[in-house]
Design a binder for this molecule. Structure first.
Ligand code: GN1
Ligand code: MG
Length: 362
């Protein structure tokens, strides 16, 4: 069936009976497919929804994933009555998804908003930091054991390295020779990259409910005043570490270029963006942060960036089964950009540590 008809049918399953107008493909995320689906209400006003086709190669248990998301969104909704929230629609038989063959569909309200892939305005960055900090706070009393692990070992950097070594050894796509230098660099920083994972295994960092995919484009901002409205993309909400959310956010937002910039050497940490995000995030979380968490925030940025480099290169070596790509070397471009950012983070480590201390008044 054509996508045009398919999306209409999916919306009907989610009990949308208005007049179907059509759909737009939304360039969002590297894993799922997203569409804005447009309708006209009986009084002629337009109304839109977001429909996503969940990538079941990445998410092997999509039903468990939707259970998580349903619980988490309802928990947050309970905390902010009357506020704008993300809401998942239900089918006639009260499911939050529609399965057909290989496709796994879900639907949310469409929130008019702006998003940013890169932003220097310190006020906006601070708002993003606050939004992710507040997200952790809202889930601080959420029962961790109620969550399925949607991707087992998602931020277990040691495990990511094991898989990576296996990908290098298998060399399925015959690409290993061409990326020797990248492989060597990543292997040479393994222990440092695994700082968070190792401390976690030693029981030195508290497990929290974390977002785990804190790219700044996962925050919706108000078009009027750039207030953060909601945090989206809850697929990877799982037990995790505070540094996972902080580090991944910096990896993406504080990079002077986008994560797949072909001029890898332009990838650098913008310390003013780093400062602004830290201010917002720490304003919300400093009160509950342990000393070890505070001491590892700066290095967490390096850990998450190296982890992503490992994941992108792993995918490249396997022939790109995981991430969506726009060109045959897209994953390699992403890898090189993350490696350049890793190097810059190590060069700026002392400055980053200082900024964190200043934000914490320590
Ligand atoms: C994926 O699909 P998206 O853009 O939300 C990935 C993240 C990576 C990110 C890199 C489930 O996120 O872990 O950091 O790409 N999500 C999953 O851009 O693997
Ligand atoms: Mg995501």
């Amino acid at each position: 069936m054509e996508l045009y008809e398919k999306l209409k049918e999916v919306c009907r399953c989610f009990r949308i009976e208005d007049t179907y107008v059509g759909y737009e493909t939304i360039q969002m995320g590297n894993v799922n497919q997203t569409y804005k689906v447009n309708f006209l209400l009986s009084d002629g006003r337009p109304k839109s929804f977001l429909v996503q086709n969940v990538n079941t190669y990445a998410f092997r248990d999509p039903v468990g994933l939707m259970e998580n998301i349903d619980k988490v969104t309802e928990h947050i909704r309970g905390k902010c009555p009357g506020q704008l929230c993300l809401h998942f629609h239900h089918t006639y038989d009260r499911k939050t998804y529609v399965e057909d063959g290989d496709n796994f569909w879900r639907m949310t309200n469409f929130i008019p908003s702006v998003t940013y892939n890169s932003v220097q305005d310190p006020q906006i960055v601070r708002n993003a930091g606050k939004a992710f900090g507040e997200f952790q706070n809202q889930l601080a009393d959420f029962d961790i054991t109620a969550l399925h692990e949607t991707i087992p070992g998602f931020h277990n950097t040691r495990r990511r390295y094991e898989m990576f070594r296996q990908a290098v050894a298998e060399d399925k796509a015959g690409r290993a020779r061409q990326v020797r230098r990248e492989i060597e660099y990543l292997l040479s920083v393994e222990d440092l990259a695994c700082t968070l994972t190792d401390l976690n295994l030693q029981g030195k960092l508290p497990l929290r409910v974390t977002h785990n995919d804190t790219k700044i484009n996962n925050v919706l901002f108000s078009p009027e005043d750039n207030r953060a409205l909601v945090v989206i993309d809850l697929d990877t909400v799982m037990p995790g570490l505070m540094g996972h959310d902080f580090g991944d956010a910096i990896r993406f937002a504080a990079n002077e270029v986008e994560e797949d910039c072909p001029d890898a050497e332009k990838a650098k940490v913008d310390l003013e963006v780093f400062r602004a995000f830290s201010q917002g995030f720490l304003e919300m979380t400093a009160g509950t942060m342990t000393d070890t968490e505070a001491d590892t925030l700066a290095i967490s940025c390096f850990c998450l960036t190296a982890e992503l480099a490992v994941r992108f290169l792993d995918d490249y070596l396997r022939g790109d089964p995981y991430f969506k790509i726009n060109s045959p070397d897209h994953n390699l471009v992403r890898t090189r950009c993350q490696i350049a950012l890793c190097r810059d983070m190590l060069a700026k480590r002392d400055e980053m540590e200082d900024i964190i201390r200043q934000c914490l008044n320590r």
